[in-house]
Design a protein around this ligand. Sequence first.
Ligand code: FRU
Length: 484
Amino acid sequence: MSELDQTYWNQLAQVQSELSQKIINDPWRLTYHQMPVTGWMNDPNGAVQFDGVYHLYHQYVPDNPDGGLVHWGHKTSTDMVHFKEEELFLSPDKPYNKDGVYSGSAFVKDDEIHFFYTGNVKNPGDHDYTFSGREQNTVHVVSKDGFTIELEEVVIPHEDYPEGFTDHIRDPKVFEKNGMYYMVLGARALNHRGKILLYSSSDLYKWEYEGVFAEGEKEMGYMWECPDFFETEEADVLIFSPQGLKATAHQYENTHNAGYYLGKADWKKLKFNSESSFKELDSGFDFYAPQTFEDESGRRILWGWMGLGDTTPEYSNPTVARGWQHAMTLPRELSVENGKLMQRPLKEYEMLRDNHTDVQISLNNESAAMEALNQKAFELKVTIDSVDSNLSISLKEDTVLSYDNKVFTLSHGPSGYGRSERSVEISDLHTIHVLADTSSLEIFLNDGEHVLSTRVYPKVEKDRIHFTGSATLFAEKWDLNPSI
Ligand code: FRU
């Protein structure tokens, strides 16, 4: 049934080996983040822990750093920190997925993993591929080990989707509730509204349409991608990636966004009722299409794509010239606390800490420096006692984190390759926790109340972190050493 012939695979291997030559000496290769071996990476897919092993699948174009025909790449880990590259898990080699094995999720039942993904098909002809010409089939894959496939079949063919929608219906995420299985799918309605569709099943094999689980008013965008739903003690959480939100001061400033509602699902009416405003999960430049899963110890863990589509001409990634593009964020542990969704870097990453230094700093319109011989991969934790007027922290080559007038701002100079400024309003700032890698920064504020993720491409790094302003704080730094 394979539609990708040997010539395709030979060419892919040939291009991959050319790209690996470009990559060898790239100092911007990340040291403790997941990234493509060669080529392009986007959304996390099928995240799961099965028999003790963590599996991270992802959208992957091994032979083109600018994207193209997507496969599912595959990485495994036993500690969530050190990952092993595995063979491609799924490839666009069937009539129902021939233009891309798009995003999807994993669900464990008994001794099997059930994957659900979108098979993307573009039919030839004069089409716009939104209102005509595209099929997005929901496909079910069963595996007993996460590596080999027992069964792969279309469970919802494109033509069975409900009326009133464009061709864009995709990204299945499956969960269990009250002895039933449910699937949410992201959709673009004909009236240009983003919606989330709900399907149900008693066996994971046959699915029935139940209606619209959640939908937005006009200002919530025209398409909702990558829906995700989970329950916590305090609230139910509905995550999705809306396209077409209007930027406001310090909100939705990226081309596309990713965020959540807290609320409650009504399992009689099969509707999600939001009880909060829509909040962004990340206020930085590079974050989209996150996916969560519950691990065997019961933690709710989120992976995000540390990248974004359609950012040019505003900003770009110079690694394209070096044969690769994009990465995953660090996995984050989620919890709902006092009406807020908190995100914290997984504790496991503390195992990489090396060479601890700390300093107590008291500034009165002046500047202080902390030695930072290694600015490539490090962790910085700043505990703030008080900010009298403002505080700014300069790190890497030309990146500045500042807090002034209740606004926290991340700004880059030329090393941002077009990334200028992103801000978040925060009335009282207590902690700034930075995880820096060779070409990325993830900044957690107030113990995970806000996060900003960004890619950054320094050429020469300073050997000091500078603090300026009027503030009293305690700063701790560790090198992060991936060979530990
Ligand atoms: C989100 C997304 C998904 C789709 C996938 C294709 O980034 O557009 O909606 O399944 O990427 O790569």
